[in-house]
Write a new protein. Sequence first.
Length: 95
Amino acid sequence: MAKKNSTQNYNVALYQPDELNALKDLVKEFISKVESIDNEVELLKQDRKDLVEEYSQKLDVRTLNAALRVIKIQNTVVHRDAYDLFIEALSDSSS
């Protein structure tokens, strides 16, 4: 989702309802949708926790999660050659 600049956010205030009941309805609608999303996020967090618990007897989940974090970082690196050199330099210096 693109982030809008603060000027656009300020200007939207000119277009929102200025009649109290209409504004209340719009705010209630917004809050309802946010709460719905928050509930879904909590359900997904619980699903993730249950999944980790299920696989914790079959896999070293903590180490797997660390490896996944490394892979995610590697996938975002733009200058892969420089990254590889840094990794090699850091690996040699920590030995």
